[in-house]
Each structure stands twice: as C-alpha cells, then as structure tokens.
Design a protein around this ligand. Structure first.
Ligand SMILES: [Zn+2]
Length: 195
C-alpha cells in the first residue's frame, strides 16, 4: 500500500535480559492468555471498529537474535521474542505496546514508518499508554522513581526504538521526539485517558 514495501519493525524495545527467557511454545501460551486480558481485548475491539480486525495468527512468538522484546510490521503482524520474556506480565506488556502500533498504523492511512516523527509519535503513544513505564516496572528495571520519572522513562524508550530505525540517526530521533512530544503524549486514543 505504501511505496516502501520493505517491512519495518518499528519497535526495537530493548528488554532487560536479566533472566533466561522461555521457549517459543511457552510464549505462545502466554500470548493466548494475554488475549483474555481487558486491555488487549479493548485494543482488539478498537482495531476491529477501525476496520483492522486481527486474526488468531496475528501475534506470534519467535526466537530473536537481536536484543528486542518484540515488534510490529505492517502486513505481517506482531512478534514477541520468547527468549527475552520471563513472566506473563512482560508478554502482556509487549502485546499491548505492539497493538498500539498496529492501531496507529490502522487509523492513519499515511503513516510512514521511515519518517522519524511518525515513528516517534507512535512510540510515545505506546510507551505512555501501554504502562511500559509504570512505577513497578521501572523499579524492576532498577530505575529509581522520582517526580516526573514516568515521562523520562517514555523518552528513554522512545529513543531506543527510534534510533534502531535505520532511517533515523540519534540526532534525527531526538529532534523528531521533541517536535511531536506534546501532541502525541496527549493523544490517548482509543483510550479516554492514559490507562
Ligand atoms: Zn514500540
């Protein structure tokens, strides 16, 4: 549909990699469980309402050679990196994060993942709305909670993801993130407010 047919995985979300991970089969089972959580159900319903219903095979577990926890690619779906997952909560988190990318891809017909600002906007939204940066998870990552830390956490993760995009240098990623921050951080669709 877009001129650029090379599938881009716009979600290089670096995992903590503290433990050993799980098998693809174990991860597939956790993905199935995640589909029954309220957040995932809500996002799937909204994808369907927006004309982008997803089938049972849309979310897959795979072994990943790079240090990412998952990804989304237009026309291909969502992958969760089993070898970087340890608990159900992490799998839920990745599924929710990537579903927000899928939602953005669905609602914005002209979304261009090679455009650093477009990519940054979707990362800001998924970082903010998925709860990636909630207090407990940040503590698990070893970051101390201070006032305003939630936004700092989203910024850090947006930078990791956007700089992993071959079209975005570190400087371009930073500029793009700052330029779209307010609009995209405050855009909480399909939620009424940040969950
Ligand atoms: Zn992402």
């Amino acid at each position: 549909m877009e001129g650029d047919s090379a599938p881009t995985i716009p979600a290089a979300d670096v995992s903590s990699g503290v433990n050993g991970g799980m098998t693809v089969k174990e991860c597939e089972q956790m993905i199935q469980k995640s589909l029954r959580t309220p957040m995932v159900k809500f996002l799937r319903e909204n994808l369907e309402k927006s004309g982008c219903a997803i089938g049972d095979k849309f979310i897959k577990a795979i072994y990943c050679n790079t240090k990412v926890s998952g990804g989304y690619a237009r026309g291909e779906g969502i992958v969760v990196c089993s070898n970087h997952m340890n608990i159900q909560d992490e799998v839920n988190q990745v599924v929710i994060h990537e579903l927000i990318h899928a939602y953005d891809d669905c609602r914005a017909a002209n979304l261009d993942w090679t455009n650093c600002a477009h990519h940054a906007c979707s990362e800001i939204r998924s970082g903010h709305l998925s709860g990636d940066c909630h207090f407990k998870r940040e503590l698990l990552r070893g970051y101390l909670k201070v006032r305003g830390h939630g936004q700092e956490c989203v910024r850090r993760r947006v930078m990791k993801s956007v700089t992993a995009n071959p079209h975005c240098s570190e400087a371009a990623a930073k500029d793009a993130m700052e330029a779209v921050w307010d609009v995209c951080y405050n855009d909480t669709k399909p939620f009424d407010r940040a969950p």
